[in-house]
Structure formats: structure tokens, C-alpha cells
Design a binder for this molecule. Structure first.
Ligand SMILES: N[C@@H](CCC(=O)N[C@@H](CS)C(=O)NCC(=O)O)C(=O)O
Length: 238
């Protein structure tokens, strides 16, 4: 069995990969959850011989997430967010105030295109606890510092109305949610403000639902497990 579906009576379908490992899937899924619309979930596990063929049945890029709304197919997580924001304006995926909205889009784009060192060194692995792993790679701390600064800045400028970057949970939080999961898995130490925000993200019911589902998946990708990623940094030579 390689493709799992959860059926609902809806024209919306979201193709995603393993919940334990697929951070981009999580972003699209959270955005869709935020709309409150029912959808059919199609899960294609990564790194199996049939993975590419199964994804290509739905997504022309060969990557997930991919949203299918009747005749319309949208791939790329940020494009999915924009499509959903247009289709479900009442869901408030982006902040309503123009400056906050521009800021939310800027940091979401920064997440989408950046933090390559962090993403490579600390692959998402929801069910694992690997404190210290991944920190040995150059550039990872710089990525963490920039993310902390993005979080602190948004929280202090726009976050007063709630626990999230722009107060209420928005698409920007969906974009950064996998980072909070990585910080938890790899035991990354955060400053007070970033730690409180990460905790709020992890406590969000939609994210908790994803995590619970990830934990009961049986697929295993060795490259993203303990022996496949860099271990804790060696002690500095004296
Ligand atoms: N830029 C894309 C990235 C999507 C992506 O890389 N998805 C991975 C899963 S996390 C994928 O589909 N990989 C296909 C494969 O490994 O065969 C987005 O924002 O959606």
C-alpha cells in the first residue's frame, strides 16, 4: 500500500507526503486546515520506488504539496496559500492590515526560499528526539538566529492580539510551523520570546493533529533518521 486517502465529500484534494518528514506538506495542509473547508487528503510516501509516479499523477512539478480544486491544480506551498487566501477571504490567512500583510508575505517568502543550512542539517522528523544533532554544520546557527529575529520582530510589532506572529494564527505561522517542530526534535535552545512562540505553535490544535498522525506512520526514511544525519558537534579542539 503506497497511497493513502482520507475521503470527504468535497472537490478539494490535497496531495501530501509522509507527515513525519514532509515539512512542505505540513505548510500547505495547515493553510488548508485554517480555511475550515473539508478536503480529501492523499498521502504519497517519499523515497519509495513508486513515489515519483504517484506524485506525478497529481503534481506536474513532481513535488508536494499539491492542491486540486476541481479543474484547478496548484503546486508550491506559497502558491497554495495565495490560492486559498483568495478562495476563502473570511479565513484570514493573511493579516488584514496592509503593512502587517506585506510583512507576513515577506517573511513567508524568506522561509520559502531560505534557511537551506538548517533545512539540510535538521530534516523534519516529528517523532524523533535528537538533541544536538545537526548543530555541527556551518551556517545552521546563523539560520536559527535569523529565524529567532524574524519571530521576535513580528511578535513585538504585530503579535499583540494573540500568541502568533500576527496575533491570530496566519499563513506565516503555517510557513514557520515545521521550524518549531525541528527546534523541538533537535533540542535547539531559543530565547524567551522565540521559545514562547514555538510553544504556542506546537500547542495549536491543527499542528497537534498533524503530529499525532505523524507518530503513527510506519514509513521510515534512513537519511532523515539518527544514523543518516550529522551527529552532535565534536568538542572544540584546544
Ligand atoms: N518549493 C516546494 C517544495 C516542495 C518539496 O520539496 N516537497 C518535497 C516533500 S517535502 C517533495 O515533494 N519531494 C518529492 C520527492 O522527494 O520525490 C513547495 O514550496 O511546495
Amino acid at each position: 500500500m503506497a497511497e493513502a486517502t482520507v475521503q470527504t465529500s468535497t472537490s478539494l484534494k490535497l496531495v501530501i507526503a509522509n507527515k513525519n518528514y514532509s515539512s512542505w506538506s505540513l505548510r500547505g495542509w495547515l493553510a488548508l486546515k485554517l480555511t475550515g473547508a473539508p478536503f480529501e487528503e492523499i498521502v504519497v510516501p517519499l523515497r519509495l520506488p513508486e513515489t515519483r509516479e504517484l506524485i506525478m499523477r497529481h503534481s506536474p512539478s513532481g513535488k508536494v504539496p499539491c492542491l486540486i480544486d476541481g479543474e484547478i491544480t496548484v503546486w508550491e506551498s506559497l502558491a497554495i496559500v495565495e490560492y486559498l487566501a483568495e478562495k476563502f477571504p473570511a479565513a484570514g490567512l493573511w493579516p488584514s492590515e496592509v503593512g502587517a500583510r506585506a510583512h507576513a508575505r515577506a517573511i513567508s517568502s524568506e522561509m520559502h526560499g531560505g534557511f537551506l543550512m538548517l533545512r539540510k542539517a535538521m530534516p523534519m522528523n516529528v517523532r524523533e528526539s535528537l538533541p544536538g544533532y545537526g548543530m555541527s554544520q556551518d551556517g545552521v546557527q546563523a539560520d536559527i538566529n535569523r529565524i529567532e529575529s524574524i519571530w521576535r520582530d513580528a511578535r513585538s510589532r504585530y503579535g499583540a492580539g494573540g500568541d502568533f506572529l500576527f496575533g491570530a494564527f496566519s499563513a506565516a505561522d503555517a510557513m514557520f510551523a515545521p521550524v518549531a517542530l525541528r527546534f523541538k526534535t533537535y533540542g535547539v535552545t531559543l530565547g524567551e520570546s522565540a521559545a514562547a512562540y514555538a510553544e504556542a505553535l506546537l500547542a495549536h490544535p491543527a499542528l497537534a493533529e498533524w503530529v499525532a498522525a505523524a507518530k503513527v506512520e510506519s514509513w521510515m526514511i534512513p537519511d532523515y533518521e539518527k544514523d543518516g544525519i550529522n551527529g552532535p558537534a565534536a568538542p572544540a579542539a584546544s
